[in-house]
Design a protein. Structure first.
Length: 265
């Protein structure tokens, strides 16, 4: 329902008759008290709902931080394993090339022609180059694995430290989240009890304004500040007099919030 229509409907009800079941100043004083109490419970529920949102986010962030370290650690460990296997393969290749080289060098004793000599020298040079390349790459990989081992050691220490620090925090956050769920259930029961003290019409107005105004549905008006404390719109003298009579539910014609007169000493 558009707000303008809602305000007209409320205004009409205000002008025609007081809220059903609440007659006289004492009656509405009680309604005002009940509305404020209900609103206070709703404010607490909003805070609890907010906590239910940000606490899981905090838990997720801490778990992600641990997960990121675990992933980085596993990646480095897998890389170390791959490089170690590559070193072993290169060592086998080097051993094979060295064996072949020794055989070729032994054949030099049986060479009879220059052509055979030249061919054998080429074969020997190929094996020597293969051995050199294999040994060079092996040394490079061994250096890289040493660096990886240091990184892995540092990551393990960091992960252990983060886990130790986060363990207590995560446990506390999870317990707090469980406690909030209990508090929400208790406050919902309290809300139900407080809402039951209001007549259906007053409660309906409150709920409609609360949803439209983000929870702040009931505001106070005083002699020193004769204005809606929600939108700060000044109230005309006639509206102030209506509020002082305290025999009807009156809303701000500008923002729709429920107005309650608060007498000052």
């Amino acid at each position: 329902m558009p707000e303008e229509i809602v305000q007209k409907e409320i205004s009409t009800k205000r002008e025609v008759a007081p809220v059903a079941g609440r007659k006289g100043a004492a009656g509405l004083n009680k309604d005002a008290e009940y509305l404020l109490e209900l609103q206070e419970v709703d404010f607490l529920l909003l805070e609890l709902e907010h906590s239910k949102t940000y606490l899981p986010e905090m838990i997720t962030q801490k778990e992600k931080a641990i997960g990121a370290l675990e992933t980085e650690l596993k990646t480095n460990q897998d890389l170390l394993t791959a490089k170690t296997l590559e070193i072993k393969r290169l060592e086998l290749d080097t051993s094979k090339f060295q064996t072949e080289l020794a055989k070729l060098q032994k054949q030099m004793l049986d060479i009879k022609t220059n052509k055979e000599y030249d061919a054998l020298v080429r074969e020997i040079d190929v094996r020597k180059a293969a051995v050199s390349q294999s040994e060079e790459k092996t040394l490079q990989l061994m250096s890289e694995t040493e660096d990886l081992k240091k990184e892995i050691g540092a990551l393990k220490e960091k992960l252990e430290t983060v886990k130790q620090h986060s363990a207590a925090e995560l446990e506390g956050l999870r317990k707090e989240l469980e406690a909030i769920a209990v508090k929400v259930r208790a406050k919902m029961e309290e809300r139900k009890s407080k809402a039951s003290r209001l007549d259906r019409q007053t409660l309906a107005i409150y709920e409609r304004v609360r949803k439209g105004r983000g929870g702040h549905a009931v505001v106070r008006v005083t002699q020193s500040r004769p204005a809606c404390s929600g939108c700060y719109k000044s109230l005309p003298p006639q509206r102030i007099q209506e509020l002082k009579r305290e025999d009807q539910v009156i809303t701000c014609q500008n923002c729709g919030r429920i107005l309650i007169w608060l007498a000052e000493d």
